[in-house]
Design a binder for this molecule. Structure first.
Ligand SMILES: *[C@@H]1O[C@H](CO)[C@@H](O)[C@H](O)[C@H]1NC(C)=O
Length: 267
């Protein structure tokens, strides 16, 4: 009995060691210095939508819901479909400055916005007269508070220079749950670094890793029975391809409608 227990415990110990080494390798990759650097400045155009409070920009095609409580603030933008990239651009951060217009503020100040929405094409409008978000135009429909940091709002539309920059986020990755006990739909929010997500996997305390499929915006889904299990997530950045592991983000009594915060993030 005793030798059997001894070998069992040494096997368990070995398994724990192997698991630890795998974990540390993956999380070491997750914490390596950010490979994402600002992109070169490029020319585009910008308009604005919503009101002074930015409340008209809540919701949006990325699915972030309330932008204030979910860490995105009022400086946000809806991207034309060329930039939106079927939702893979959700969460990306851009610096924008107004250029070549008398409505630009002096010194061409820079504002930083997060992509939270799609500016859809409108084919009944000419691409050069109102159909600003029609492909192949690169266009930012900014929140009014963000636009008012670079130009007079009465300009309507201004030429801008823009570039991708890393996103600075407070706290960990946030996961908003929707769906039901057999279908889990997760919105990934408050993403630092590249700000965007390439893929997401979920692991229940009684399951292995389950690869989730891209639903829309920043949401991913798994058709699996995950109720009454603590949930962990494996998140890969779209831009840097880094992977972080977020263990036991949600307790076993998790609920749809709730947002759970991990203690890891991209930088
Ligand atoms: C497209 O533009 C026209 C003209 O401004 C407007 O009436 C219509 O509502 C727009 N369509 C969409 C889908 O926004």
């Amino acid at each position: 009995m005793a030798p059997f227990l001894q070998s069992l415990s040494s096997i368990l110990f070995l398994m724990a060691l192997i698991k630890l080494s795998i974990m540390s390798r993956i999380s070491a990759a997750g914490y390596s210095p950010a490979v994402f650097r600002p992109s070169p400045w490029q020319l585009a155009h910008a308009t604005f939508y919503g009101d002074d409070s930015g409340s008209g920009t809540m919701g949006g095609a990325c699915g972030y819901g309330n932008l204030l409580s979910n860490g995105y603030g009022t400086d946000t933008a809806a991207l034309s479909s060329v930039l939106f990239n079927n939702g893979y651009a959700c969460g990306q951060c851009f610096q924008i400055r107004c250029v070549q217009s008398p409505f630009c503020f002096k010194g061409s100040p820079i504002t930083t916005v997060a992509a939270t929405n799609l500016c859809p094409p409108n084919w009944s409008l000419d691409s050069n007269n109102g159909g600003w978000c029609n492909p192949p135009r690169t266009h930012f429909d900014m929140s009014k508070p963000a636009f008012m940091k670079i130009a007079q709002w009465k300009a309507g539309i201004v030429p801008v220079m823009y570039r991708r920059v890393p996103c600075a986020r407070k706290g960990g990755l946030r996961f908003n749950f929707q769906g039901n006990g057999y279908w889990l739909l997760v919105y990934v929010m408050n993403v630092g670094g590249g700000g965007d997500i390439a893929s997401l996997s979920v692991k229940g305390s009684k399951t292995g890793w389950i690869s989730m499929s891209h639903n829309w915006g920043a949401s991913y889904q798994a058709f699996a029975t995950l109720s009454r299990q603590a949930l962990s997530f494996r998140v890969t950045s779209y831009t840097s391809k880094q992977t972080v592991l977020a263990y036991d983000v949600a307790p076993s009594n998790w609920n749809v409608g709730m947002t759970y915060e991990a203690n890891v993030n991209f930088h």
